[in-house]
Design a protein around this ligand. Structure first.
Ligand code: UD1
Ligand code: CA
Length: 489
């Protein structure tokens, strides 16, 4: 049976306590905006329609939401005068878009609850529909319920109302069962109830929660479904709560990966974004962040102190103290320590990018190695080739970027500069300190540094009285006078 569920996500509030130019629901947690987490949970309920109510910075928020869920309906609430008004705006937009009444079940959720899980929302909707209620509250028990709407029950334990903190009596403030904010409605009842919500309360707002009382007065069934894991419904109002929820979500993500067979040596210093995918037997060492859409293959060891964003790491690869973004690392490859992988880096099977090496738009072949102190930009390095220590791929001529191509099984020596565009053939080589400006044919050895000249006695003549000169004089006094090392005969 096709779902007849409509979900309304409220995201019109300003989120002033964030003190940010970025709207609250757009702040990221575990690599996604808060509202993206909510929409992912909403999608898991397979709703027929999803409506988001936007207000503050509606262009920015609306564009973000539509990029995540293209067929979402946006409803604009001009003035934030309460959750009841926000839902009224959403229902009006729905009616206008379908030119008919809303039917089935309507769920209202908030856009700032990043820990919300699809399974919980699904279970809540199923229970609401099975109980055939007019209104269901997703409630929870909180040790400190301050600020929340309280779920008021009668002597039989039946729900009679939700009372907001500011409107609650002293006795009602003692209630620890709170309204999470997530409510489910029978659509027909909701349509009847919305125009009857008033704003005669402490905040002068239209409270959606008044629908509970309205249903009771009409003799309809209301009830609450108590969630054990209240944090799933918690919102972040300021940056302190944002960090708390972020840490908790990370703890949950890291725990899930450990249960799925990933070794995490120090969960407290390991950060894994929601969209990261790890294979079994991956090992993560302390101080590691795996961000964005990073994917790590079986038996890979990542860390310590490594940050990888949107990277693909092969089976059995080793990444030590590395910072990488949009890089693809082959199986059994070795990277680090202190390597900087910029977008477009590809390293082949068993390849190596070593210490203090920066790479960008660089395709480094299977078994190829760039072991020490180098910059490799806009380059292709063939299979089995070894690049000497301290090599610079000079890709920029001051106007445009150019590529360097080095063939298979080439051996280039230390302190080389490849001035792009330039090509080095298969099996070619270079001498130390070579500046390669012209193409090198396959199998050739390119040498560009001039022959060495020794100017004998230069220090003593030109730097008399210095420690350098004294050291030179002392050494010369002890050495064989016949061979003075001179080139000048
Ligand atoms: C609301 C509930 C309270 C519940 C609490 C849970 C009401 C009257 N109260 O209180 O029972 O315990 O949430 O967090 O519903 N919003 C709009 N437009 C508006 C007003 C709010 O879109 O005009 C959005 C906000 O952006 C926010 C959410 O609705 O995401 C909740 O609004 P807020 O004003 O924070 O409600 P609370 O006072 O916290
Ligand atoms: Ca050339």
């Amino acid at each position: 049976m096709p779902s007849n569920l409509t979900v309304i996500v409220l995201a019109a509030g300003g989120g002033t306590r964030m003190k940010s130019k970025t709207m609250k629901v757009l702040h990221p947690v575990a690599g996604r905006s808060m509202i993206a987490h909510v929409l992912a949970a909403v999608q898991a309920t397979e709703p027929r329609r999803v409506v988001a109510v936007v207000g503050h910075q509606r262009e920015q928020v609306g564009a973000h939401i539509q990029a995540l869920l293209p067929d979402i309906l946006l409803a604009v609430q001009e003035e934030q005068c309460g959750t009841g008004d926000a839902v009224r705006v959403a229902v009006e937009a729905l009616v206008a878009s379908t030119s008919g009444p809303v039917e089935g079940t309507v769920v209202v959720a908030y856009g700032d609850t990043p820990l919300l899980e699809g399974d919980s929302l699904r279970a809540f909707v199923a229970e609401h529909e099975a109980a055939e209620r007019a209104v269901s509250i997703l409630s929870g028990e909180l040790a400190n319920p301050f600020g929340y709407g309280r779920v008021v029950r009668d002597d039989d334990g039946d729900v009679v109302a939700i009372v907001e903190e500011k409107d609650a009596t002293v006795d009602q403030r003692e209630i620890h069962e709170i309204n999470s904010g997530i409510l489910a409605f029978e659509a027909g009842f909701l349509a009847d109830a919305l125009p009857r919500i008033g704003n005669d309360n402490a905040k002068g707002e239209y409270y959606l929660t008044d629908t509970v009382q309205i249903a009771r007065d009409a003799g309809l069934t209301v009830g609450a479904w108590v969630i054990d894991d209240v944090m799933q419904t918690e919102g972040a109002n300021d940056r302190v709560q944002l960090a708390d929820l972020g840490r908790e979500l990370n703890r949950r993500i890291v725990t899930r990966w450990m249960r799925d067979g990933v070794t995490v040596m120090d969960p407290a210093t390991t950060w894994i974004d929601a969209d990261v995918v790890l294979a079994p037997d991956v090992t993560i060492l302390p101080g590691t962040q795996l961000l964005g859409a990073t994917v790590v293959g079986e038996d890979a060891v990542i860390g310590p102190d490594t940050t990888l964003k949107d990277c693909e790491i092969g089976v059995g690869a080793r990444m030590v103290r590395t910072h990488g973004e949009l890089a693809v690392i082959g199986d059994a490859a070795n990277v680090g320590p202190y390597s900087y992988l910029r977008p477009g880096t590809r390293l082949g099977v068993g390849g190596k990018i070593g210490g203090f090496v920066e790479t960008k738009n660089a395709d480094i072949g299977d078994g190829a190695k760039v072991p020490h102190l180098s910059y490799v930009g806009d380059a292709e390095i063939g299979q089995g080739t070894n690049i000497g220590a301290g090599t610079i791929f000079a890709n920029y001529d001051g106007v445009a970027k150019h590529r360097t191509r080095i063939g298979r099984h080439a051996k280039t020596a230390s302190n080389n500069t490849f001035v792009a565009p330039v090509e080095v053939g298969d099996g070619a080589g270079t001498g130390a300190g070579t500046v390669v400006r012209r193409d090198v044919p396959p199998g050739a050895l390119a040498v560009s540094s001039g022959p060495q000249r020794n100017l004998v006695g230069w220090t003593v003549r030109r730097r008399p009285g210095t420690a350098q000169a004294e050291a030179a004089e002392a050494a010369l006094a002890e050495s064989d006078p016949v061979d003075d090392g001179s080139d000048d005969q």
